[in-house]
Design a protein around this ligand. Structure first.
Ligand SMILES: [Zn+2]
Length: 101
């Protein structure tokens, strides 16, 4: 197992691990409950970490995580008029069709 990154909180660590899992990686959250022993370890060691199971997954997982963390907007193509939609929109601005699930 290799440590991929440290997350600022458990919710984000869980979200990233879920997204990586959906992306085909064996990702897991470690030290998720370390806050219960806060005071016994330095604060920077209490943060949740995201780990990948296989060493060879480390770099591709890091690449995917970077994309997830830095992607400013979604991009999708309208199923109705094939307009390319960028941004936090869930409806096509051209024909009003809903974003596909
Ligand atoms: Zn449309």
């Amino acid at each position: 197992m290799r440590r991929l990154t440290v997350a600022p909180n458990l919710a984000l660590a869980t979200l990233w691990a879920d997204m990586l899992t959906q992306g085909g990686f064996d990702a897991s959250v470690q030290r998720a409950y370390a806050s219960s022993i806060a005071g016994e370890v330095p604060p920077d060691q209490c943060l949740p970490e995201v780990w990948v199971m296989n060493d060879e997954q480390l770099e591709p997982a890091r690449t995917l995580l970077d994309q997830l963390r830095h992607a400013p907007h979604r991009v999708w193509v309208c199923p109705g008029c094939h307009e390319r939609i960028e941004g936090p929109f869930e409806q096509c601005w051209s024909c009003g069709a809903a974003m596909p699930a």
